[in-house]
Design a protein around this ligand. Structure first.
Ligand SMILES: NC(=O)c1ccc[n+]([C@@H]2O[C@H](COP(=O)([O-])OP(=O)(O)OC[C@H]3O[C@@H](n4cnc5c(N)ncnc54)[C@H](OP(=O)(O)O)[C@@H]3O)[C@@H](O)[C@H]2O)c1
Length: 243
């Protein structure tokens, strides 16, 4: 029997990059996976076809409260349960603190922090014993060797703190809450062939970009039965960027 057989998972931001790798990995482990997307409809539908098994794309904007609540409700109404929530939807905009606008702050926090809160809040109401909540954070919340990340880095610090604090709320119910804190990973958000990649590599103990599948492996372990004693933790996967 596969590790996640019979489990129902929701992955936000699953159409591309790290989220898509997580969707595939959880499905391989036997979970039914509902995942959200906003603009990458073709990629989302292709992923659902390729992943096989029970993979369900749902158009839902993490910046929209009703969208996010509807996804959690769909897991319960159509699949009978929710065991795993992975908050991977995230947006970044690098801008110096003296030039940053409230609009940028609101849009980044609206997805990265508010969207994560709404999903955790709705999921925590319906998850049972053995539940797993996993937030995708960023090492920029601890270490940022480049300018421009005050909004993004602080949004990811909030996400990690939210997981740590929620672990106290949900531990007595047998639900774990953790953050996977990601370093440079080759996705549309952070391409290894970009002009800034050489500078990024100089900050790393292992000077290469990570693969989305490597992050998905860590998430799959956290989502599974053998991680039951791990909660309130921030697990780094960053090639030693923060070493
Ligand atoms: N790549 C890195 O180096 C790195 C490093 C540290 C942390 N992270 C974090 O890892 C997570 C995944 O990043 P990635 O690199 O895979 O990014 P990506 O390649 O840009 O993919 C972002 C994903 O999030 C979805 N998304 C964006 N805004 C959304 C919204 N409002 N509602 C729902 N979904 C939304 C996108 O869906 P659509 O295309 O359908 O809109 C897409 O599936 C993010 O939280 C990011 O902050 C990444």
């Amino acid at each position: 029997m596969k590790a996640l057989e019979g489990r129902v998972a929701v992955v936000t931001g699953g159409s591309r990059g790290i989220g898509a790798a997580i969707v595939k990995r959880l499905a391989e482990e036997g979970a039914t996976v509902l995942f959200t997307y906003v603009s990458s409809e073709a990629a989302a539908l292709a992923l659902a076809r390729e992943a096989g098994g029970a993979v369900v794309p749902l158009k839902a904007d993490s910046g929209n409260v009703e969208d996010v609540r509807r996804v959690i409700a769909t897991a319960i109404d159509e699949h009978g349960r929710l065991d795993i929530l992975v908050n991977s939807a995230g947006v970044v905009e690098l801008v110096s603190i003296d030039e940053a606008t409230l609009e940028a702050f609101d849009s980044i926090y609206g997805v990265n922090v508010r969207g994560t809160f709404v999903a955790m809040n709705a999921a925590a109401k319906v998850m049972g014993e053995g539940g797993r909540i996993i937030n995708i954070g960023s090492i920029s919340s601890d270490v940022m060797p480049f300018p421009g990340a005050s909004i993004y880095g602080s949004s990811k610090a909030a996400v990690a703190a939210m997981a740590r604090c929620a672990a106290r709320d949900l531990g007595p119910r047998g639900i774990t809450v953790n953050t996977v804190q990601v370093g440079p990973v080759d996705t549309d958000m952070n391409r290894e062939d970009s002009e800034w990649a050489a500078g990024v590599l100089r900050t790393m103990a292992i000077p290469r970009y990570g693969r989305p599948e490597e992050v998905a492996d860590m998430v799959a372990w956290l989502a599974g039965p053998t991680s039951a004693f791990v909660t309130g933790s921030t697990l780094r996967i960053d090639g030693g960027s923060a070493a």
